[in-house]
Design a protein around this ligand. Structure first.
Ligand code: ATP
Ligand code: MG
Length: 610
């Protein structure tokens, strides 16, 4: 049995060690371990003929290595569901000393764009995966494009026609639909099905040469119109579509169908374990049919790849359909693909989720044969676990009201006196250093840290009560001032002398409440964006409901806050824990040093559990 080896230089996971997260149940591991134990790939070599793209850059084949692939279609932005597939494919390759290909499944010219290719590459790297293997300087790239195999696919189609395994069908789309039958009714053969291979071949060449309009005919596999599995009722292999392709331009006016192209892509790249989501289970018989016929014809070498299906990842309070995500963007329900409320990876990155937290979350959820619904909170739990040990702490006031210390001059001798305070950047990581800030006669506190008449169990500021200003002094509340509308405009209190944190007198006065604060003299004004779930229902599109009807109106709230001065120098994308409030990130688009803009990633605890 092959175990992951940390010194396998030819794999493409670099030096990234397995995340420490518990490796949850994953039935694919059993399959791979069985295959490795049987030396499954002994005579594996590249198929196709020299000149095919698979011969370039795929690197020498090592029989003991598994090969997986992540095959996105470049027609949208990646989301959290794709992260599952990415981490699964690259993660298995990493763990078993194999190689994972990044392959763009770009066989549909109309919806695909370079913009998406670039964005997908950026996000796969951001998640921490590499599609190069080998040492620096002699790295081998495992980046592929399905469109590089169009020549091979065309030859494969001609071979099937010549072998009597494919035909050009000139029925109209409506006729084809009607003749396909359904679960209860077998299909009916097309009147064009029994023409000779020579006739089909010349028709297919006419299709390629642009002699027929779009949609006039398609190439179909000749299998069985009565098959119980509808996917085996002569599936379409090629269609006519005059569209400019992002890679091949106007060279082709016929394009292969996904079901035909995908198995060929896997075989040309010598993928060993082709892992996909459950909805492709019914396609597996065709996958095997196609590859074994092409191998019989000498176009592909055995052993052939095998397809395995797993249950997709669904998160509660989230939609992942590309169409629905596009609708949210196009109709302005969110600010763009990278809106921090979007489940896209660009959105999650902007929100402040770390690659580690996403990797750990998908790893911890395991791989099974059923589609699972996970609660959104698993992501926040993973985020907290990642940031708890490494994010610097800071104080900030998100709903500020002024606090005046009315005996300041009496205690410190001058109204201008400022008392230097400090706190560790991290309570358990002294190497992270200390934060400095100043306490003066005026400061900012949270509005709800004061009650004129205390409710039951309230231990914070109310007239006559003492609390500690964290890292500062004990103070005693004496009352408040109000504006013309009767709103509290400032809270009044007195410093209790000789009670500063860290001094011998600190414990002399016992208090039940500790509040956070920011000094008025050194506070940094900031915009803080408080985010919540984008939908109010766990399954936004349940039972065909219009998901737009359950958008959470409170999913974004912007407040003007005050931050402690250590945050003045924060860099975009830097993350920290604001004491009592949760984890925050400096927004990667709008934040500027000196003009902070923060996003709330998540609270310190799950506030939705109740
Ligand atoms: P569509 O095919 O509707 O455009 P898609 O989400 O399948 O959308 P692809 O680019 O084809 O998009 O997906 C790339 C890979 O990611 C596929 O192998 C797909 O199975 C996998 N994938 C997509 N969504 C999920 C999910 N929610 N959980 C796990 N894997 C997923
Ligand atoms: Mg897909």
């Amino acid at each position: 049995m092959s175990q992951p080896t940390s010194s396998a230089p030819a794999t493409n996971h670099g030096s990234a060690a397995a995340d420490d997260a518990v490796k949850q149940h994953n039935f694919l591991r059993n399959i791979i371990e069985r295959d490795l134990a049987q030396g499954f790939g002994a005579e594996r070599h590249f198929a196709g003929t020299p000149g095919d793209a698979a011969h370039h850059g795929a690197g020498p084949l090592d029989p003991a290595r598994i090969r997986t692939r992540f095959p996105p279609e470049p027609n949208g932005y990646l989301h959290i569901g794709h992260a599952k597939s990415i981490c699964l494919n690259f993660g298995l390759a990493r763990d078993y000393g194999g190689i994972c290909h990044l392959r763009f499944d770009d066989t549909n010219p109309e919806k695909e764009e370079q913009e998406y290719v670039d964005a997908i590459k950026e996000m796969v790297s951001w998640l921490g995966w590499k599609w190069e293997s080998g040492q620096e300087g002699q790295a081998v790239s495992h980046l592929f494009f399905a469109s590089d195999y169009f020549d091979f696919m065309y030859r494969a189609a001609e071979y099937l026609i010549e072998a009597g395994l494919a035909y050009v069908d000139e029925q109209t789309p409506d006729e084809m639909r009607a003749n396909r039958g359904d679960f209860a009714t077998p299909g009916t053969n097309s009147p064009y099905r029994d023409r000779s291979p020579a006739q089909h071949l010349s028709r297919f060449r006419e299709m390629r040469d642009g002699l027929h309009p779009d949609g006039a005919m398609v190439l179909r596999a000749k299998i069985d119109m009565a098959a119980a599995n509808i996917n085996m009722r002569d599936p379409a292999l090629y269609r006519i579509r005059r569209a400019t392709h992002h890679n091949t331009g106007d060279r082709w006016c016929i394009y292969p169908m996904y079901t035909f192209a995908h198995p060929i892509e896997d075989a040309l790249e010598c993928i060993t374990h082709s892992i996909c989501t459950l909805e492709f289970e019914d396609q597996r018989p065709f996958y095997d049919w196609l590859l074994s016929h092409l191998a019989d014809g000498g176009l592909l070498a055995r052993p052939l790849p095998h397809q395995y299906e797993f249950g997709r990842l669904n998160l509660s309070y989230v939609v992942t359909s590309k169409r629905k995500l596009r609708q949210l963007v196009d109709e302005g329900h969110v600010s763009g693909w990278d809106d921090p409320r979007m489940p896209t990876l660009v959105g999650m990155r902007r929100r402040g989720y770390t690659p580690e937290s996403i990797r750990n979350m998908v790893e911890a959820t395991g791989v099974t044969k059923s589609n699972a619904w996970l609660d959104y909170s698993v992501l926040d739990i993973a985020l907290r676990a990642d940031l708890e040990g490494k994010a610097a702490r800071a104080m900030a006031v998100l709903d500020p009201v002024k606090l005046k210390l009315t005996n300041w001059t009496e205690v410190f001798g001058s109204a201008a006196h400022l008392e230097a305070c400090q706190a560790p950047a991290h309570p358990h990581v002294p190497e992270m250093g200390v934060r400095q800030f100043q306490l003066g006669p005026e400061l900012w506190i949270e509005r709800d840290d004061f009650q004129e008449v205390a409710s039951k169990g309230y231990f914070r500021l109310f007239p006559g009560n003492k609390v500690r200003l964290k890292y500062g002094y004990v103070i005693e509340c004496t009352g408040c001032e109000k504006d013309a509308q009767g709103q509290v405009s400032s809270v009044l209190a007195q410093v209790v002398p000789d009670t500063k944190s860290g001094t011998p007198g600190a414990d002399a006065v016992k208090v039940k409440g500790v509040i956070t604060w920011v000094g008025a003299s050194d506070a940094v004004a900031a915009e803080v964006r408080l985010y919540d779930r984008l939908f109010t229902e766990a399954q936004p599109d349940l039972g065909g409901r219009d998901f737009l009807e359950v958008i959470n109106p409170a999913s974004k709230r912007v407040v003007q806050a005050y931050l402690e001065p250590s945050l003045a120098a924060a860099q975009a994308d830097q993350k920290f824990q604001i004491e009592r409030h949760g984890y925050f990130v400096a927004d990667r688009e709008d934040h500027r040093v000196g003009q902070p803009v923060l996003n709330k990633i998540t609270g310190l605890k799950d506030s939705w559990a109740k």
